[in-house]
Design a protein around this ligand. Sequence first.
Ligand SMILES: [Zn+2]
Length: 78
Amino acid sequence: MLVLRCAACRKKLWRYNKIGKGEVLRCHKAKIDRDYGNCSTDGDKIHCICGNTIGIDKGSYYKMIGKAFTYSGKKRNA
Ligand SMILES: [Zn+2]
């Protein structure tokens, strides 16, 4: 599990079940394990409560903005 944080304010955004290696470019909604309640959506964009735009809602997943968030934890090897 990875914990994603806002790069601007360091708040936890969500816990994510990342499978496989590689960067987190997309977050599939079905694999978001826990939402910490610090995100809000505005049209097709998703923001942290501090106003930092984190990604774009693409329907089944979020296309993540690389510099807008950080993550820690372990990726699960498929
Ligand atoms: Zn923030």
